[in-house]
Design a protein around this ligand. Structure first.
Ligand SMILES: [Zn+2]
Length: 259
């Protein structure tokens, strides 16, 4: 197998001593590549450092909505890309989080930082990776008013199935992770079935969101095949075809020729 974990945090503190071992073990179960996602300046630099150490890793850099603080800068994103263009495949994770941030002024600030980072992505000709929590209705007008030139990914899509066509129209791929395996995840599987086959991506979001039956435990890319199995089953597509399709989709979503 040559699955790509399009969203994991091997740059998290939890993996400081184990990331290399995890990559080896994940490789043995068919995970060929790992897109490591930053959430602030330090974690983004760490993602790049990992990508430099292991050619199977690519970096995604950006400022997560929960990590925005008064006066947070974004210049570092441009600088990091200038210094490491070959390691970076997207700007992310960026977006809106109304679950952990409830105040109106925080929502306004998140919107400003999202728009700024969309502009940076457009300037660098990169796609974006969106984190969206309890804010699916709110993010649509922002994405409509600030079109992404190179498209993007709705990471760990947890919105309603009826909004899927809107995100597709806006040029997004929908990435599915552990939650799609949860026994009560009816809406999540409906969203997956609503997504055109050529817009589906797969991810673990490690160390978060372990798939069933490992829910609640620390997640790693080694669990990606569990999610893969659920996606293939839900879509009723033979494994080999699903695998090939996901790989192609990954290349297209991130505008890379090979991995
Ligand atoms: Zn994430």
């Amino acid at each position: 197998m040559k699955l790509v974990d399009t969203h994991c945090h091997l740059n998290a503190d939890a993996f400081t001593n184990s990331w290399s071992d995890i990559v080896t073990r994940a490789n043995q179960v068919g995970v060929a590549n790992f897109f490591v996602v930053g959430w602030d300046e330090t974690s983004s630099q760490k993602a790049i450092d990992l990508a430099k150490k292991d050619h199977r890793i690519k970096a995604i850099i950006g400022l997560h909505p929960v990590d925005i603080h008064e006066g947070s800068g974004l210049q570092w994103i441009l600088k990091m890309y200038q210094d490491n263009p070959h390691q970076i495949v997207a700007i992310g994770e960026i977006g809106l989080d109304y679950h952990w941030r409830k105040e109106f002024h925080e929502h306004e600030r998140q919107t400003q930082y999202l728009i700024k980072q969309i502009n940076i992505a457009n300037q660098l000709n990169l796609p974006i990776v969106i984190h969206c929590r309890d804010a699916y209705e709110a993010i649509i007008p922002i994405l409509k008013a600030n079109l992404v030139k190179q498209g993007g990914v709705m990471h760990c899509y947890a919105g309603p199935a009826n909004l899927v066509p809107t995100f597709i129209e806006l040029g997004f791929y929908l990435s599915f992770g552990g939650p799609v395996t949860f026994e009560n995840a009816v809406e999540s599987r409906l969203a997956l079935k609503t997504t055109p086959m050529n817009r589906v991506l797969i991810e673990t979001d490690s160390p978060y969101l372990s798939p069933h039956p490992l829910r609640g435990k620390e997640n790693t890319p080694i669990n990606l095949p569990i999610i893969f199995k659920q996606i293939a089953e839900t879509l009723q597509i033979p494994s080999e075809l699903m695998e090939e399709k996901l790989f192609q989709n990954t290349l297209e979503a991130f505008h890379v020729k090979t991995l």
